[in-house]
Design a protein around this ligand. Structure first.
Ligand code: NAD
Length: 450
C-alpha cells in the first residue's frame, strides 16, 4: 500500500538493539524515511547488510524489505542523525547497575550528550527506554543546555511494551500507546508519527491512546512490569504452598483463570521470569522509590523478586532428588537457554541459571536451544551445548525442560526413551503433557504438582 505519511516526515532511531532495530524497521514499514543509529559499529554494519544481530520472528525479512525500499539506513554518526529528522527516538539500554539494584542511565545520558550539541533546529527527542521516574525531566533540562536551539529541542517519553518473540506485531499493533509530553507541539508531532496506528485506513480498530505528563508515562511502564512480575510470582508462591500441601497448582491456576477479574495469562507457574526487563525493572523501581522516600509503597516487589529466584532453586532441588540426591557424576540435559521461547535473548535466563547451578554441583550438563546457543556459549563457557534435543539428552540421567519452545512440546517421549540413560524429566514450565510422558514410561516431575 502507498505510504500514508507525507514523504518529508523522517524518523531517527538511536540505539538499534532489540527495541531500536524493531522500531526502526517498523517505522520504515509505516512509510517513514528512517535512519537508525548505534555506537556499535558491528551492529550497524550487520543491519546495513540486512543481517539482524539477534533472533526475532519475521524481523529480518522486514529489515531486508525496508532496506530494499530505500526508506531505511543505519549510521554511527550523531551529527548525521541530528540533521536527518525532526523526531528522534532513543532506544538505548537501561540495564541494572553493576554496583546495585538501580538502573544504569549512562547510555541514556550519553545520547543526550552525543546528539545535543548538533541540534540546530526544533526537534523532539522521544525516549522509549524504561527509566526511573524523573529521568525525562532531567534529560529535558540537560538537552536544552546543550542544544544550539535551546528549549526548542524538547523531550517526550513514549514507553515501549513490545514482547520479544512478538516484536513486529506489538510495534505495528500495540495494545496501547502512551505518550508522555510536556507541550502541545510534542503531542502533535507524536500523534502525526503514530497516525497510521491511531487512525488506521485499513478498517482495523484504532490503537488506544493515553496522553500523559512525562512522569506518568515513565511510571506506566514500570507499573505494568511490576504487575506482570507480581502475577507470575503470585502463582509461583501458590506453587510453593501446593508442593507442601500435596495440591496441584496447574488445576488451581486453571480454576482461577475463569474469573475474568484474574484471567489466565501470565498465570502459569514454573521456573519464573527472567530476561532483560522484568527482573531489572522491578529492582530499579524499588531503588527509585527509596530515593523518592516512598520505598514502602513497592517493598512487596522484594518478595516478588525472592519468590521468583526461589523457583530456580526449586527446579534444581527437584532434579537433584530425581537423580538420587546429588548431581556429581550425573549427566543432565537442559532443554532451553533463552529466557523465553522465540527469542535468542539469554539475559537473566532462568534456564541458564539452573544449568549453571547444576553444573557447579558436579553434573555434566548439556544444553540445547533452537536459537540461543551462540549467546549462551559465550556467557557460560563451562556448559556443553548440543544442536538437537536428542544429542543433548544422549545418556542423560535426567532431562530438564526450562524454556517453553514449541519444539519441546512436540517431543515424542517414546522416541526419546531410547536416547537417555534414565527416563526422568522435570518440566520447569508446566507446559508438557504429563500423561503422555508417564504413559511412555517416564518419571515426570513438575513444580507445584504432585
Ligand atoms: P539492547 O541492549 O538490545 O540495545 C541497546 C542498544 O543501544 C545497543 O545496540 C547499544 O549498542 C546501543 N547504545 C548504547 N549506547 C548508545 C549510545 N550512546 N548511542 C547510540 N546507541 C547506543 O537493549 P533493548 O533490549 O533493546 O532495550 C532497550 C530499552 O528498551 C531498555 O530500556 C529496555 O528496558 C527497554 N525495553 C526493552 C524491551 C525488550 O523486549 N527488549 C521491551 C520494552 C522496553
Amino acid at each position: 500500500p502507498a505510504p500514508l505519511i507525507p514523504p518529508e516526515r523522517r524518523i531517527s532511531v538511536i540505539g538499534t538493539g532489540y527495541l531500536g532495530a524493531t522500531h526502526a524497521v517498523c517505522m520504515a514499514a509505516l512509510g517513514f524515511e528512517t535512519l537508525g543509529m548505534d555506537v556499535d559499529t558491528e551492529k550497524v554494519t550487520a543491519l546495513s547488510a540486512g543481517r539482524l544481530p539477534f533472533y526475532e520472528p519475521g524481523l529480518e525479512a522486514l529489515l531486508r524489505e525496508q532496506l530494499a525500499s530505500g526508506r531505511l539506513r543505519f549510521t554511527t554518526s550523531y551529527e548525521e542523525v541530528a540533521g536527518f529528522a525532526e523526531v528522534h527516538f532513543s532506544c538505548v539500554g537501561t540495564p541494572q547497575r553493576a554496583d546495585g539494584p538501580g538502573a544504569e542511565l549512562a547510555y541514556v545520558d550519553a545520547v543526550v550528550e552525543g546528539i545535543g550539541p548538533h541540534l540546530r533546529r526544533p526537534c523532539l527527542l522521544v525516549g522509549k527506554s524504561t527509566v526511573p521516574v524523573g529521568t525525562a525531566e532531567r534529560l529535558a533540562s540537560r538537552l536544552a543546555e546543550l542544544a544550539p536551539v535551546g528549549r526548542d529541542a524538547e523531550v517526550a517519553w513514549n514507553p515501549e511494551f513490545l514482547r520479544e518473540g512478538f516484536a513486529v506485531r506489538d510495534t505495528l499493533r500495540p495494545d496501547r500507546l502512551v505518550l508522555g509530553v510536556a507541550s502541545d507541539r510534542a503531542e502533535r508531532l507524536l500523534r502525526e508519527v503514530y497516525a497510521p496506528l491511531l487512525d488506521p485506513r485499513d478498517g482495523s480498530e484504532p490503537v488506544p491512546l493515553v496522553v500523559a505528563d512525562l512522569a506518568t508515562a515513565e511510571l506506566v511502564k514500570v507499573a505494568a512490569n511490576s504487575f506482570l512480575a507480581t502475577k507470575i510470582s503470585f502463582i509461583n508462591a501458590m506453587a510453593e504452598v501446593c508442593e507442601v500441601a500435596g495440591a496441584d497448582v496447574a488445576r488451581l491456576a486453571e480454576a482461577l483463570s475463569y474469573d475474568p477479574r484474574i484471567g489466565g495469562r501470565f498465570l502459569r507457574s514454573g521456573v519464573g521470569f527472567g530476561g532483560g526487563c522484568l527482573p531489572k525493572d522491578i529492582r530499579a523501581f524499588m531503588a527509585r522509590a527509596e530515593e523518592l522516600g516512598v520505598g514502602p509503597a513497592v517493598r512487596f516487589l522484594r518478595e516478588v523478586d525472592e519468590v521468583n529466584l526461589r523457583r530456580r532453586t526449586a527446579v534444581a532441588d527437584l532434579a537433584r532428588e530425581l537423580v538420587g540426591g546429588a548431581f556429581r557424576g550425573r549427566r543432565i540435559a537442559v532443554l532451553g537457554a533463552a529466557f523465553k521461547p522465540d527469542s535468542d535473548d539469554i539475559r537473566d535466563s532462568p534456564a541458564l541459571a539452573v544449568a549453571d547451578r547444576v553444573q557447579r554441583e558436579g553434573a555434566e550438563v548439556t544444553v540445547y536451544d533452537p536459537k540461543a546457543t551462540d549467546n549462551a556459549r559465550k556467557a557460560f563457557p563451562a556448559l556443553a551445548f548440543a544442536d538437537s534435543v536428542g544429542k543433548a539428552a544422549y545418556r542423560a540421567d535426567a532431562v530438564l525442560h526450562l524454556t517453553e519452545w514449541a519444539e519441546f512440546r512436540d517431543i515424542d517421549p517414546g522416541e526419546l526413551s531410547g536416547t537417555v540413560a534414565r527416563q526422568r524429566i522435570v518440566d520447569g514450565r508446566n507446559a508438557l503433557d504429563a500423561a503422555r510422558w508417564r504413559a511412555a514410561g517416564w518419571t515426570f516431575r513438575a513444580l507445584g504438582r504432585p
